[in-house]
Design a protein around this ligand. Structure first.
Ligand code: ATP
Length: 357
């Protein structure tokens, strides 16, 4: 096993205005599950491909353990990569697919059989070892692709959206399986996804990227509770955090008719007369007064319900979403109000987008 260290790793593509990955510095600990997450085009796949040796590093360097791998070919890096299109060899059985890398490496047959058997057991594939890939379900194929990587006992697993070809239910099951497996094996893992739920549930830490630039690296909980800027605040969470530009008044910020008290220390960070206020939908509690909402849509999800509507801020109608009681949801057209715990609001500079306080 090994740690991974990106040290100002940069990748430029010809004809692009900015680097696809811009001075990425990131340390992944030995045995850690790190998730690189961000919207399409943010540079997460390119980062992973640099680590894999499939993409050149134009500046900076990458270490695996104590080894500088920046200029090493992929096969010398002792990593295993699982892609979203997990191309299995169609003419080989599951066992042959899983053992292929070991065979190439000249591992004795008995040793291959033993390791493949062990990993198949771990993945619930024992009954399928003699089958060809076409006789497997999508989820089983994905497990074979995982198994193929595990059998090699690499120092680091790299995974690029490995669940994106699976249907919703299978995705959930496989996600739990990957998490369990990684904990059991304890192999350092770097996992790329655009799906924030995957990131939050899988990662020991998540690294959020935007436009080639790393925004924040922290535990899922800390990233969610203390986003460093408006981008991270809006990216993590579903439905997204409410973000309003509001005036700063004596003792707090003004949202429509109500004032949300904010500690003086937080606002001491800025001289601005307006700030961006962030409130997560689940931090709004229906009450007799407070932030007003005219309800447009109610989305009932079974154990949860969300009301979408508008609220008036400085005379302009703004979108707002709040979690509501799913047993007694409001009706479309209702005028309702929400109390907000001042401890749970987020404030950001309008100029820089950075978190205040
Ligand atoms: P996605 O989730 O859509 O794969 P991503 O976050 O993984 O996105 P990358 O694939 O790393 O993003 O791409 C980052 C940027 O680099 C994008 O603007 C992309 O268009 C550009 N890019 C990636 N590969 C190449 C290439 N071979 N040539 C030119 N530009 C590229």
């Amino acid at each position: 096993m090994a740690s991974v260290s990106f040290q100002k790793a940069t990748r430029n593509f010809a004809g692009q205005q900015r680097p696809a990955v811009d001075e990425l510095s990131l340390d992944v600990e030995d045995g850690e599950f790190l998730v690189l997450v961000g919207p399409s085009g943010c540079g997460k796949s390119t980062s992973l491909r640099m680590l894999a040796g499939l993409e050149e590093v134009d500046a900076g360097r990458i270490l695996i353990g104590d080894t500088d791998v920046t200029d090493l070919p992929p096969k010398s890096r002792d990593i295993a990569m699982v892609f979203q299109n997990y191309a299995l060899y169609p003419h080989m059985t599951v066992a042959e697919n899983m053992g292929f890398a070991l065979k190439i490496a000249g591992t004795p047959k008995s040793e291959i059989t033993r390791r493949v058997g062990e990993v198949a057991e771990m993945l619930g594939l024992t009954d399928y070892l003699a089958r060809k890939p076409k006789a497997l379900s999508g989820g089983q194929r994905q497990r074979v692709a995982m198994g193929r990587s595990i059998v090699r006992s690499p120092r680091v697993f790299l995974m690029d959206e490995p669940l994106s070809n699976l249907d919703a239910k299978l995705r959930l099951q496989t996600r739990a399986q990957i998490a369990g497996l990684q904990r059991r094996l304890g192999t350092t893992t770097v996992y790329v996804t655009h799906d924030q739920v995957e990131a939050m549930t899988l990662g020991d830490r998540v690294a959020v990227m935007r436009d080639g630039v790393l925004q924040q690296v922290d535990t899922p909980r800390s990233t969610y509770d203390h986003p460093v800027n408006v981008f991270v605040a809006g990216f993590l969470g579903s439905p997204s955090m409410n973000l309003f530009e509001v005036p700063v008044v004596d003792g707090g910020v003004q949202v429509g008719q109500s004032v949300i008290p904010v500690p003086r220390a937080v606002l001491a960070d800025t001289q601005a007369s307006r700030v961006t206020l962030g409130i997560r939908p689940e931090d709004m509690e229906q009450a007799s007064e407070g932030i007003a909402m005219r309800v447009d849509v109610v989305e009932e999800l079974g154990s949860d319900a969300f009301a979408y509507g508008t609220t008036e801020i400085d005379g302009t109608a703004q979108h707002v979403v709040a979690r509501v009681n799913w047993r007694t949801p409001p009706a479309i057209g209702d005028d309702i109000h929400f109390a907000v715990d001042p401890e749970r609001v987020h404030l950001f500079s309008i100029d820089t987008g950075r978190r205040l306080g």
